[in-house]
Design a protein around this ligand. Structure first.
Ligand code: SAH
Ligand code: F3S
Length: 482
């Protein structure tokens, strides 16, 4: 029953890329959950392309089916279980097909997957994708194969991901893996391991490759990007043990962002996700300095109540969060902000819920992703706290939070009407083949008549009208970014 207001693209559809003509085997790969998973699927497709696999959209044709899974809420896991039933049906037509499970569910369930789901031949955790060629040999030899070892070092820095279902305009580049925050409700620290950052040189090299292929917008990805810290490799938590030179020459997120924006002045940069406790004002100042860094921050708060924030092990209070938001708006007044919110966490009172609504009223987020609490096995909340809020109450609180967010989204989109804004064209509008669709710096979708403009161009658009989620306008000329 949890709900998400904005549906992420590419959930559970066949991911495809340009194929190599010498490759003869067929890979059907689909990805659930976060953008990080999608990017990991691109890494997997790249590794398997070297093993002779091309991607296909037809399950019936596949030699290998891979599903990259999400464990964040129970419903995400149920969706994957249903997909496995579908594969089971297809296997009757295509008996030689092998099925592998990747990602967070693989890491969480390990061998249990092989026992519980007969269809599954292969289980691979998020840090073990390099082992895929060996694991495939195992299953070719008729054995089940599993690797769920989490790594201290793995960042796939040297693997150049093939782009799956790409619009050719925007791409994701992973900069950190894992998370050390241990929010009490969250399964990610268990499924993705400890936090580590990727070598800035390999990040810049990957962006250069994308720019050479004419990509125009890069989103730097991590569970917690603001915590990025490169000091020559290794876990974030081991930074204090590094040599003095390594510490003195370390690169933090503000510096990485500045490097990227300087190195590629014609490329747009976005990043996700920011954890409030790790967000520094230096990052905001770098954003203010560069026209090519989009003025949008995804800044999940989860709750507006201090007692809930404490129970969730979020390392800040509502007052500190408000102060951060004040400072962000002070430095970049046009900044767009979005939230993740969990309603009905263990012990949440009506007053806690009112505090959440009050915080939302204070910030007036541009967008929001809102969920009912879903207990995850193995987390501290599951072990130590009671999931005691009845479903009907969770549902009602969720609806109240969603309704308020919709009001704020409409309020925020209305502020764009009458302005001229730079839009990067990403593709055709879903509703009309006479219109382009793109996003402005604040990440709001803008549609406008195509005229002679093309996908991948930056265009100045005069905004004439809006709905709660979309701006409607007309192009007025090319922008200076072209
Ligand atoms: N830092 C991460 C957060 C990953 S989880 C990122 O990159 O986005 C995404 C969101 O899912 C969280 O912010 C939280 O709002 C929600 N979430 C996580 N665990 C949850 C749970 N057990 N029940 C409901 N929602 C949850
Ligand atoms: Fe999860 Fe909290 Fe990290 S929500 S991904 S443990 S910042």
């Amino acid at each position: 029953m949890e709900e998400k207001v904005i549906i992420e693209k590419n959930q559970g559809q066949a991911l495809v890329t340009e194929n190599k003509k010498d490759n003869t085997k067929k890979l059907y790969i689909e990805s659930y959950g976060c953008q990080m998973n999608l990017n990991d699927s691109e890494i997997v497709a790249s590794i398997l392309s070297k093993e002779g696999f091309n991607t296909t959209t037809l399950l019936e044709d596949a030699d290998l089916v891979l599903v990259n899974t999400c464990s964040i809420r129970e419903k995400a896991e149920q969706t994957v279980r249903k997909r496995l039933q579908k594969y089971n049906a297809v296997k009757k037509i295509n008996p030689s097909m092998k099925v592998g499970v990747l990602g967070c569910m693989a890491e969480r369930l390990k061998e249990k997957f092989l026992e519980e789901e007969k269809i599954v031949d292969l289980v691979v955790g998020p840090d073990a994708y390099r082992d895929l060629p060996n694991l495939l040999e195992e299953i070719d030899a008729g054995r089940d194969a599993i690797n769920v070892i989490l790594s201290k070092e793995e960042t796939y820095g040297d693997v150049s991901p093939v782009r799956l279902n790409s619009n050719g305009v925007s791409a994701f580049v992973s900069i950190t893996r894992g998370c050390d925050n241990m929010c009490t409700f969250c399964v990610v620290p268990f499924t993705r391991g400890r936090e580590r950052s990727r070598d800035p040189q390999s990040i810049i090299a990957e962006i250069q490759e994308l720019v050479d292929k004419d990509f125009k917008e890069i989103t730097l990805l991590g569970q917690n990007v603001d915590s990025f810290l490169w000091y020559g490799g290794g876990l974030k938590k081991d930074f204090k043990k590094a040599t003095e030179i390594a510490q003195a020459t370390a690169v933090n997120f503000a510096q990485l962002l500045d490097m990227c924006a300087n190195a590629f002045p014609k490329t747009r940069f976005r990043f996700s996700t920011s954890n409030p406790q790790d967000m520094s004002l230096d990052v905001i100042k770098v954003m203010a300095k560069h026209q090519n860094i989009c003025k949008y921050i995804h800044l999940p708060v989860q709750s507006g109540s201090n007692s809930m924030l404490k129970a969730m092990n979020r390392q800040h209070t509502r007052e500190e969060y408000k102060e951060l938001v004040d400072n962000i708006y002070k430095i970049v007044p046009e900044m767009a902000l979005s939230q993740d919110m969990i309603v009905g966490f263990c012990g949440e009172t009506e007053q806690d819920h009112q505090d959440t609504l009050e915080l939302m009223e204070y910030v007036k987020y541009d967008f929001g992703f809102m969920f009912a609490y879903s207990e995850r096995p193995g987390t501290l909340a599951a072990k130590k706290m009671e999931d005691d809020i009845p479903q009907e109450i969770k549902k009602r609180r969720l609806q109240e939070v969603i309704n308020l967010q919709q009001k704020h989204s409409l309020y925020r989109t209305q502020q764009h009407v009458g302005k001229i804004e730079e839009v990067l064209i990403e593709g055709e509008s879903k509703k009309s083949n006479l219109h382009w669709k793109g996003r402005n710096s604040q990440n709001t979708v803008v549609v406008f008549p195509k005229e002679n403009y093309a996908i991948g161009e930056f265009v100045n658009v005069k905004i004439n009208d809006c709905t709660s989620a979309t701006l409607i306008g007309e192009a007025i000329d090319y922008s200076e970014n072209n």
